[in-house]
Structure formats: structure tokens, C-alpha cells
Design a protein around this ligand. Structure first.
Ligand SMILES: Nc1ncnc2c1ncn2[C@@H]1O[C@H](COP(=O)(O)OP(=O)(O)OP(=O)(O)O)[C@@H](O)[C@H]1O
Length: 454
């Protein structure tokens, strides 16, 4: 939809408080995005919402505005009490949502809010919750911890938002989320948002929402492509043993930082802040940074390891080309035996071009040999190798990513090691059966290759 055809926020002035409208104007937004234009009138009427729209399409405001208006209405009856809860799958996303919320409540002098995420002080969070902060932005695990204490009174919650709903409902969070939903008052508005939904979300909709009041809104359903228009995306092919050389070439001129789940929260937040503020920087990250993060100046998404599935691909590349008319680039690195992933992506309306010129790299062997004379590097490489193998073992799409048929010595070389390190990697089976299963898988794959050739 052309931006000029989209309605202005002020057209909602019957449903929106002046304080919210002022904040939106100060944030520089005049017209709603498509998802905002579809969600806001219905959500402000109190309906339950299941909303799907592409990455970077403005879903955050589409749920924060109704959340605030629920509080603005209820605050007149009771000054304290948690009226709205927003749940996000990662701490980084919760922090970001909380910060957009602060801008939006800038003119609402009486509305209070708090952030309840893992890795931060429970004591401060408890004290905020006891005081009855109006809006709580949380990650599921820590929120549920607080709900189990008698101190947090959540009986007056009127609105629940699940951002990146499909991710929150993935294993790990599923049980916490079910418990949270069961404990919250039934008489509430519930809203689910994501760029992708899954079968698991259907079950969530069934259990968490009022059937007769659900509005399903999907601004992508007629689109021919699952990713945003301004995104140029492609793939490069590199043999396993040269992957590190390839990566070196890609990142040569950048400063590099990392963010991953096992870092402490202070370091995670500090690194994301550096990434916001620094030019020419590359951030090494796990999928902890794949969802929701809105960092405007990201030019390239480099997927050194392919994502778990098509949905995760969409979220990862969605960290660039965000907002109306924005551009961005993405490249995916595949081994020759993984090129089938390109066809798999096509089935989900994701079209990636072959980037021939990206297939080259320089010989790094001498540099690697020098680095590997330091035992610290060797230990890091072994740790990385082990982690990589463990991650491959639990991968879906075994027909494309098959650890059992992979040459582990060659794989070790891709981490700078001379050969497979002497570590116990449990590839899927008990020790007793492992060599036999491995051999069977190799034979099966050879016979498949022969069949394909004949
Ligand atoms: N009405 C608007 N007009 C212009 N820009 C907007 C508007 N609403 C939001 N934006 C901007 O668009 C960008 C993307 O918004 P947002 O982070 O909400 O996307 P999203 O749909 O939640 O993406 P994801 O699925 O990746 O989480 C943000 O930088 C935001 O400030």
C-alpha cells in the first residue's frame, strides 16, 4: 500500500488519548503503517487480535498503543495495579520494547511501567511489582518466577500481549507461558503478534483467547514474497574446510563484537548499545538477536550458519531493511552439499540469488598456523567445534544438514584445527550403536547419490 493512502494517527482521536497522540507526533510519525491501520481500530475496541505482518512493519506501536490506552482508561478507577503485561522472547527485545514504551508514555504523567527480565536484580523487580506498576514488559521465565510469589498481585490485568508469539511458545518457554496464561484473569484482552506464526501458535490462540472476539489480521497474505521488498538477498557456496577463510574475507575491515545467551546481561546490553552507536562494526550473534531488534543502520545480515527453518530465516534477515521504503542486504553461506536449502526456502516464498562473486576467499593457512601455535586458540577452536557438532545434531531438515554423513576431520579444519579433536561427541545414539549407525547413514547417502546420477 502506498504510504500516502494510509490513514493518519489523528484520525483515531476518538479512540486515542491526547497524551498518546502527542507522543506519536513527537516520535515523528504521522501516518500509520498498514498493520497499525488494520490493528489499531479493532484493538482499541477491546478485541483479541492475532496479527501477522512482515519484519520491520511497525507491529510494536500496533500493540503498545492499545496497551497504554487500556491503562489510561483504568487508571481513573484505581491508581495502582498492573493492567497490562507484554511478553517478549528475549531480554534484548523486552529492553527495546520497554524503551519505545517510555517514549509513548512520555505525556501520560500518571502511567508507570517496569521491565522484568532474567539476568537483572529480582529485588528491584519485586518492589516495582508490589507497588503495582501499570505496565509490565517481561520475558516469560522471570515473569512466571514473580507470579509464583504472593507479592505480585496480577488480578487486575486487563491486557496481555505476546510479541513474537511463535517464538515464545517454542519449547523452553511453553510451560511457563501456559502457567502464566492460566493464572491471569480470564476477562482480559489478549493480542498475539509476529512476522511468522506456526502450528504451535494455533494451540496458543485456542487456549488463550476468546473465540468469539478474535480478529485475525494478516497484511502479508496476498504477497508473492515472504521477505520485504527492499531486501536484496543471496547465497554463496564454500567448501567446509574454507569457511573460516571466507568469513575472514567478509569481516576483514570491521571491528567485531559478540552477543550470545550465555553472556551476562550487563555485557549483552553493553554490546548491543555499542553496536547501535559504532560505525563499521560487525556483531557476531546467535539467534538471541534474530527476533524483533530494530537497529536502523544495519546494512548486511551474514548467515555463516544456515537458520533452523524458513521462519527463522525471515526473522534473521528482517534485522535489516526495516521500515517504509528501507533497503538492506543479506547473504547466506552454504556448503556444496547444503544447496538444497535454496529450494526449501523457495517453498516458503523466499527467493535467494546465487552470489557467484562471493564464492572466493584468500588462503589463510599461514595465519591460522601461527594462531594455532597458541594453546588458547586451540582450546577455543575445540570448544567451537564441539558446540557446532552439538547444534548440528539437533537440527531439523536432516536431508540437507546431516551430521552423520559429514567428514569430521574436514569440519575440524574449518575451525582451524588440523583434525577432529579427541572429544566425545555423542552423535545421536548410544556409544554402542554409533559407529554402525554412522556407517549405515554414509552407505545410504552414497546409494542415494548413485541413484541420482544414474
Ligand atoms: N507509523 C510509522 N511511520 C513510520 N515509521 C514507523 C511507524 N511505526 C513504526 N515505525 C518504525 O518502523 C521500524 C520498525 O518497527 P517495529 O520495530 O515495530 O517493527 P516490527 O514489525 O515489530 O518488526 P519485527 O517483526 O522485526 O519485530 C521502527 O524503526 C519504527 O520506529
Amino acid at each position: 500500500m502506498e504510504s500516502k493512502k494510509l490513514p493518519k494517527f489523528k484520525e483515531l482521536k476518538e479512540q486515542l488519548s491526547a497524551a498518546t497522540l502527542n507522543a506519536i507526533r513527537e516520535m515523528g510519525f504521522k501516518r500509520m503503517t498498514e498493520i497499525q491501520a488494520e490493528v489499531l481500530p479493532s484493538a482499541l475496541d477491546g478485541n483479541d487480535i492475532v496479527a501477522t505482518a512482515k519484519t520491520g512493519s511497525g507491529k510494536t506501536l500496533a500493540f503498545l498503543i492499545p496497551v497504554i490506552e487500556v491503562v489510561a482508561k483504568n487508571i481513573e478507577k484505581a491508581m495502582h495495579g498492573t493492567f497490562s503485561i507484554i511478553i517478549a522472547p528475549t531480554r534484548e527485545l523486552a529492553i527495546q520494547t520497554y524503551s519505545v514504551l517510555q517514549e509513548l508514555i512520555n505525556h501520560h504523567n500518571k502511567i508507570t511501567s517496569t521491565l522484568v527480565i532474567g539476568g537483572e536484580s529480582r529485588k528491584k523487580q519485586s518492589s516495582d511489582l508490589v507497588q503495582g506498576m501499570h505496565i509490565v514488559v517481561a520475558t516469560p521465565g522471570r515473569l512466571f518466577d514473580h507470579m509464583r510469589t504472593k507479592e505480585f498481585d496480577y488480578k487486575c490485568v486487563k491486557c496481555l500481549v505476546l510479541d513474537e508469539a511463535d517464538k515464545i511458545f517454542q519449547y523452553g518457554f511453553e510451560e511457563d507461558l501456559k502457567q502464566i496464561i492460566n493464572r491471569l484473569p480470564k476477562d482480559r484482552q489478549t493480542m498475539l503478534f509476529s512476522a511468522t506464526l506456526s502450528e504451535r501458535t494455533d494451540a496458543l490462540v485456542e487456549s488463550a483467547m476468546k473465540k468469539d472476539k478474535i480478529q485475525h489480521i494478516n497484511t502479508d497474505q496476498d504477497d508473492l514474497c515472504a521477505t520485504v521488498e527492499g531486501l536484496k538477498q543471496g547465497y554463496a557456496v564454500c567448501q567446509t574446510q574454507y569457511r573460516l577463510w571466507w568469513l575472514h574475507k567478509v569481516l576483514k575491515k570491521t571491528k567485531q563484537f559478540k552477543v550470545m545467551g550465555k553472556m551476562n546481561q550487563t555485557d549483552r546490553t553493553a554490546t548491543i548499545n555499542i553496536f547501535y552507536e559504532t560505525e563499521n562494526i560487525a556483531l557476531f550473534c546467535t539467534d538471541v538477536a534474530a527476533r524483533g531488534l530494530d537497529i536502523p543502520a544495519v546494512d548486511w545480515i551474514v548467515q555463516f550458519d544456515p537458520p533452523g527453518d524458513a521462519n527463522e530465516y525471515i526473522h534473521r534477515v528482517g534485522r535489516t531493511a526495516r521500515g517504509l521504503g528501507a533497503d538492506g542486504n543479506a547473504v547466506l553461506l552454504l556448503r556444496p552439499e547444503e544447496v538444497g536449502f535454496v529450494d526449501y526456502l523457495k517453498e516458503s516464498k523466499i527467493y535467494v540469488d546465487k552470489y557467484e562473486s562471493w564464492d572466493s576467499y584468500y588462503n589463510l593457512q599461514k595465519k591460522l598456523d601461527t594462531a594455532m601455535s597458541d594453546s588458547n586458540f586451540v582450546n577455543l577452536a575445540i570448544e567451537a567445534f564441539e558446540g557446532y557438532v552439538r547444534a548440528l545434531e539437533v537440527r531439523k531438515l536432516k536431508q540437507i544438514f546431516n551430521l552423520l554423513t559429514m567428514d569430521l576431520d574436514v569440519l575440524a579444519r574449518s575451525f582451524g584445527l588440523k583434525e577432529k579433536p579427541d572429544v566425545d561427541i555423542r552423535i545421536g545414539f548410544s556409544k554402542k550403536h554409533r559407529p554402525r549407525k554412522r556407517m549405515a547413514a554414509i552407505l545410504a547417502s552414497q546409494s542415494d547419490t548413485k541413484k541420482a546420477k544414474s
